[in-house]
Design a protein around this ligand. Structure first.
Ligand code: NAP
Length: 491
């Protein structure tokens, strides 16, 4: 009999899982989504200019190619439209329980007991054979630890919770943060506001985004020329793998990446003082490289100031730095996400009453980024060490979903399965060894790292290797729970 599957989250990960179950003829699943709509990060991040710096034809499912992309790099409304198209085509919406947060999941009696909290109504408990968690890494906005946040008397919001009711025309705006999100919305709002102060704590490397539109002709070609979409997608994928990955692995293209970023800065920022402010002192890729051609031109505008003085506090009327006050009536916090606190705030309790939070103890790890010892029949999508700085996360998600699909026959045949502790330990050793050669380790602080400096978010290998590893048959890395329980008991 097909297992009963709970999927948590209706973003790229959860939808991919649901679609593959549908395609396999497994209809015994439920998707829990705490919001009222699907789309995950592409529902939440609706700030002006929100989009993806991975090309459209690669930032989509391989099994659901889409000839309708209107740009080389997709903007948020189009990505959300794509996900809605997928949900509709595979008839997933009927299986999504919107407005229902999963608060707690306990493995008991060979099943996962989920406590769910609907927006309207009381908590409920339901049981499932399998739990797949597709909640993402960048789903909880992080506000900065600056004193006085609540003293501000103007309007403030996080970039991932954009206040569309607040018209920025003629406003004095402070933006705190200068990562990929700020780089996308600053150019859009700079023309509209009276004054814009961009507070930069650390400069980022920026490289151009060679965006272009796809007119009717290329779109027709993508639709009707056999193999064109596949070949184009494959070309973008191979290019990123062959040129960008070696830069992050401090290989042959690292110097080229730096040269390209410095040339971009030189071309777009004529003022040497501003250029100096914007030049990082760590290697490109250590923090996520910003891919954007409009950020620097926005920063050189007369009504825009890049502030590098240390912020002291937020005051009722603006942002105070060591050098004085920048008055503002609006503050946008582009300060990123609580990225290393995987699966929070869900409470997950595995075999023998083990708490996942306690087992991880601030350092999330999972075999293939997917499975955790002591947590049988539980699978993570976009879990620990599966983020990329150079290629499409959707590719990684598909690898993970394929792996989960290959586990299903085993757990159906043998009862709950879990990853062997030895397989987990070997995986962690291999990750550590591979991590040593990557650029993320030294010289910068980033959302890839725990406060202790451990990189819990990024995958350190080529994605071709990840595909190979996740495509391997899951056994013998997994074992039936019954076997491990016998071992635990020392029998
Ligand atoms: P982020 O990269 O984490 O950037 C947060 C910014 O806030 C940084 O500039 C950080 O400075 C600053 N900050 C945080 N706390 C601060 C404080 N107390 N005082 C002053 N500054 C502070 O966040 P993000 O821009 O939202 O991007 C997150 C990730 O989302 C990206 O790296 C990317 O992976 C993804 N994203 C992707 C796209 C895309 O096109 N694919 C677009 C947007 C976002 P420091 O650098 O000094 O810490």
């Amino acid at each position: 009999m097909a297992p009963n599957v709970a999927i948590v989250g209706a973003g790229f990960g959860g939808l991919c899982m649901a679609i593959q179950l549908e395609r396999a003829g497994i209809r015994s699943y439920t998707v829990f989504e705490k919001a009222q709509d699907l789309g995950g990060t592409w529902r939440d991040n609706s700030y002006p200019g929100a989009g993806c710096d991975i090309p459209s034809h690669l930032y989509s499912y391989s099994f659901e190619k889409y000839a309708s992309w209107t740009r080389r790099y997709p903007e948020q409304p189009e990505i959300l439209g794509y996900l809605e198209h997928c949900a509709d085509k595979y008839d997933i919406r009927r299986k999504i329980r919107f407005g229902t947060e999963v608060r707690r999941a306990v493995f008991h009696d060979s099943q996962w007991r989920l406590t769910t909290a609907p927006d309207a109504g009381d908590e409920r408990t339901e049981t499932f054979d399998v739990m797949v968690l597709g909640v993402g890494q960048l789903n909880r906005p992080r506000l900065p630890d600056i004193p006085g946040l609540s003293d501000f008397t103007g309007v403030s919001f996080h970039s991932a919770r954009w206040n569309h009711d607040h018209d920025l025309t003629g406003r004095r705006v402070a933006v705190i943060g200068n990562g990929s999100s700020a780089a996308q919305f600053v150019p859009r709002i700079a023309e509209q506001v009276e004054r814009l102060h961009v507070f930069q704590r650390t400069p980022n490397w920026v490289i151009p985004k060679p965006d272009a539109t796809f007119g009717p002709l290329p779109r027709l070609a993508f639709r009707f020329v056999p193999g064109l979409q596949r070949a184009y997608r494959e070309w973008i994928y191979r290019y990123a793998e062959a040129t960008l990955y070696p830069a992050l692995a401090q290989g042959w293209s690292a110097g080229l990446l730096k040269k390209r970023a410095l040339r971009h800065l030189r071309d777009q920022v004529p003022d040497p003082d501003l250029r100096a402010k914007l030049t990082p002192d760590y290697p490109p890729g250590c923090k996520r490289v910003v891919i954007d051609s409009t950020f620097y031109p926005a920063l050189v505008r007369d009504n825009v100031e890049v502030v590098t003085d240390k912020i002291v506090r937020i005051r009722p009327d603006g942002v105070e730095t060591t050098e004085g006050l920048r008055e503002a009536d609006t503050i946008v916090y582009a300060t990123g996400f609580l990225s290393t606190d995987f699966l929070a705030p869900m409470e997950i309790v595995g075999r023998g009453g083990r708490s996942l939070r306690e087992q991880w103890a601030g350092r999330a790890e999972a075999y293939l980024g997917i499975s955790v010892p002591n947590f049988p029949n539980m699978f993570l999508l976009y879990g620990p060490n599966t983020n990329l700085g150079h290629n499409s996360i959707v590719f990684m998600i598909e690898c993970q979903v394929n792996h989960v699909m290959s586990c299903l026959p085993h757990l159906t045949a043998h009862g709950p399965i879990e990853v062997r502790p030895a397989a987990m330990a070997a995986w962690s050793r291999q990750l550590d060894a591979a991590m040593d050669r990557m650029v993320w380790g030294g010289g910068c602080q980033s959302w890839y790292k725990t406060p202790e400096g451990r990189i819990t978010n990024n995958w350190p290998g080529p994605t071709t290797l990840y595909r190979r590893l996740t495509a391997k048959p899951p056994l013998p890395a997994y074992q039936p729970v019954a076997d491990q329980a016998v071992r635990d008991a020392g029998l």
